[in-house]
Write a protein that binds this ligand. Structure first.
Ligand code: SAH
Ligand code: SF4
Length: 394
């Protein structure tokens, strides 16, 4: 049933190339400061080795720098005590270890903290830290694009046109700057408790439409000699970019979350317009192929509860039928309103009935508690003022 024919595979490869070529049109600006110094954050290990080789330095220097940047969280070359002063000075002449600038930081009544980060070209995204209410741990929700090309009807980001993709430095930089805010350096080793313990790639934008930069950033985050967050602690959410899902699974092996939100193509076409390209059956087939999906590592299906739109008991039963045989759990997300949003959230009773049907069928289906709503930091509420630059001078 899930067999991929050679013709299918070719089509998928062509589609993947098209997606990657389009992503390149929205590339981030170069990672240099106004005075021409290069940001070392966001370089792969290999690139760091090359930068140092250009200065006549051996590869072990790259290893040392990696440790200072990603394990110690140092941003000042002068604090790198394992590197002699003359080399530190040469490094500081050519490089910086930067962070996105936190233009505003707001903390919600429930402890959720939202950062508005501004990059060198003045474009902005939001990042949210959601602490666990009971334990000393929490998730950092990071953005991958300024705006989004997709326009899911219930999503605030979807009302903001895609301005550009974020670079690897900007993606990993959000996490590092959030860690700065809580002083969580050096990176806790192995399974030691961490306040910022998981990453959810669920902020602004569609990560699989900015795959290369997202993948590069996540590889940095997962590197055991630096931040060292394991792939099991990272969840990437997609609205269903089917041709990129296989690569994400094979190359990154992170947990997958899929924004399903509807059980018929008719409704999904309307509220998640990407469905017109990749309908539910194709999306679920890609989920069934997703490497590493097992009972221990289930795929999360996100389902935003829209009153009277997608929340009936019949729809819950249809969802059970669709998910049959898939190691899955379902996150029921109460719809978070935003200024001018066209929906209402389902009643608690209706959401509970919906959840009960899924639970009875063996699918864990927690009802997500909205966090940070008072500061518009909850799922789907993120948006910035950034717009695509106009040509006009002056
Ligand atoms: N583009 C990706 C990741 C970012 S959106 C995606 O769509 O999956 C993260 C999650 O928030 C998605 O499941 C999205 O559907 C959900 N979401 C968007 N708007 C929402 C809203 N107003 N209320 C609740 N959840 C919302
Ligand atoms: Fe984009 Fe995700 Fe929002 Fe849809 S839900 S508009 S894909 S950010």
């Amino acid at each position: 049933m899930n067999a991929v024919t050679p013709a299918d595979a070719e089509l998928t490869a062509a589609e993947r190339d098209r997606i990657l070529a389009k992503a390149a049109l929205f590339s981030p600006p170069p990672v240099t400061t106004a005075d021409g110094r290069r940001d070392l954050v966001g370089l792969s290990r290999e690139e760091l080795v090359q930068e140092l080789a250009a200065l006549g330095e051996k590869p072990f220097r790259a290893k040392q720098l990696w440790h200072w940047i990603y394990h110690q969280g140092v941003t000042d070359f002068d604090r790198m005590s394992s590197i002699a002063a003359p080399l530190r000075a040469r490094l500081a002449e050519r490089f910086v270890i930067a962070r996105p600038e936190a233009a505003t930081v707001q903390t919600s009544r429930d402890g959720t903290r939202k950062f508005l980060f501004r990059f060198r070209d003045a474009q902005q995204v939001e990042t949210v830290y959601i602490p666990d209410p009971e334990e000393d741990r929490g998730a950092v929700c990071i953005s991958t694009q300024v705006g989004c090309t997709l326009s899911c009807r219930f999503c605030h980001t979807g009302t903001q046109k895609l301005v550009r993709n974020l670079g690897a430095a900007e993606i990993v930089g959000q996490f590092m700057a959030a860690r700065d805010s809580y002083g969580e350096w050096p990176s806790p080793k192995d399974d030691k408790p961490r306040l910022l313990s998981t990453i959810v790639v669920m902020g602004m934008g569609e990560p699989l439409y900015n795959y290369e930069n997202t993948a590069k950033a996540l590889r940095i985050v997962m590197d055991g000699e630096g931040i060292g967050l394991s792939r099991r602690r990272i969840t990437l959410s997609t609205s269903g970019v089917v041709p990129m899902m296989d690569r994400c699974g094979e190359e990154l092996g992170v947990n997958l979350a899929v924004s399903l939100h509807a059980v018929t193509d008719e409704l999904r076409n309307e509220i998640v317009p990407l469905n017109r390209k990749y309908p539910i059956a194709e999306l679920l087939a890609a989920c069934r192929r997703y490497p590493g999906a097992s009972n221990a590592r289930r795929i999360t299906f996100e389902y935003v509860m829209l009153r009277g739109i997608n929340d009936s008991e019949a729809e819950a039963r249809e969802l059970v039928r669709l998910l049959h045989g898939l190691p899955a759990k379902v996150n029921l997300i109460p719809f978070n309103p935003w200024p001018g949003s066209p929906y209402q959230t389902s009643t608690y009773e209706q959401t509970a009935k919906f959840a009960a049907i899924l639970n009875e069928a063996g699918y864990s289906s927690p009802i997500r508690r909205p966090r940070g709503r008072d500061i518009l930091a909850a799922c789907g509420q993120l948006k910035t003022e950034s717009e695509r630059e106009r040509k006009a001078a002056g």
